[in-house]
Design a binder for this molecule. Sequence first.
Ligand code: SDX
Length: 391
Amino acid sequence: DTGIFTYDPGFATTASCKSAITFIDGDEGILLYRGYPIEQLAEHSTYLEVCYLLMYGELPNKEQGESFNHIISQHTMVHENIRDFIDGFRYDAHPMAMLVGTVGAMSSFYHDSLDINNPEHREISAQRLIAKMPTIASYCYKHHRGMPFMYPDNNLGYVENFTRMMFAVPAEDFTLNPVAVKAIELIMILHADHEQNASTSTVRLSGSSGANPFASIASGVACLWGPAHGGANEAVINMLDRILYSGETIEQVIARAKDKNDPFRLMGFGHRVYKNFDPRARLIQKMCYDLLKELGGDQPLFELAMELERATLEDEYFIERKLYPNVDFYSGIILRALDIPMNMFTVMFAMSRTVGWISHWMEMHEDPEFRIGRPRQVYTGAAQRDYPSGR
Ligand code: SDX
């Protein structure tokens, strides 16, 4: 502390901005989207209705909802050159690597005619991003699998369209799995926004320079990829697989998680803000239990997950530090149970969080006090000194 700025790793208590979009009370485990409790939205709403709420601040009436859904459905296609762009990636590129690149490249397809100082143009960008993310996400997956891309079918709902583009092939009829659609809709609603998390703060900071929305969202995708953030759901399953094949006992795993000399952390546990149960985790935990009962599937892995959940909830170290299973612990398990490929978990998180990112980007541009972000530092380097003469 130099008396100018207090150093706070991770900016945990430094308010970086004002926002009216999402409210979190980490101690009480409260999460509100524009004032509505996440529990009620998860039970009664749809992902597109939540998109409208986050973007415009109010739930849509019938006409507004129908018009918004129609606009989204009319922009699900992407420029054919985007398919070629994705085809340029290595055959085994991680879908997140393709998503970062492709969303950034959208600047060259959809931005030139848009003026970000024009509120209507900002709204159009937001709608295009929400509409096209499922198409791009599924294209990245299909390229990774060397399978034919499926064009959107605008007669389907948003989540149905995505699951069809992901799993359908031209050679066969495709039957939607209603259990999968319901689970993905819930996961999308729960991941839509989360206040100033790392990736949303990244979008705000990059957008504050006047960068176009596609480039700003691409920076959010890049940040989300990290295993400490959005990459956690994929890291949860990798961790469970590794434990299964290593034969480690739960006791040995928990001992490693507590060992300060061991960099190992329990993926899917803990949260920077929630020092109570993540309200999203409670909602998705129930869906997870129901699904595992219904789908069966990879039992040893799921049994290990439930054992780990039980052990941590009873362990002093975790209780003291309020380290509970977070939303990523259960979403990773659900997505695995639905046979969603693991390298698509974070892509789906990004697809869902796009509306949160772009709502914050829009809110920032509408703020009359809007100016470029400039985090400060506490300097810990050498004091001023002269260059040695005669060197
Ligand atoms: C998301 O910000 C958001 O909102 C993010 C997110 C969103 O919707 O955008 O909610 C999504 O990113 C959820 C988090 C997903 N990440 C993981 O599941 C990765 C595993 N979790 C950890 O890496 C960690 O818990 C963090 C990154 C989530 C939080 O890290 P912090 O803030 O450093 O944790 P902390 O300071 O509260 O830790 C307190 C103590 C420390 O021990 P002590 O120094 O007090 O002895 O708990 C320990 C930590 O070492 N600890 C863990 C642990 N997480 C914290 N020990 C073992 N395993 C863990 N997972």
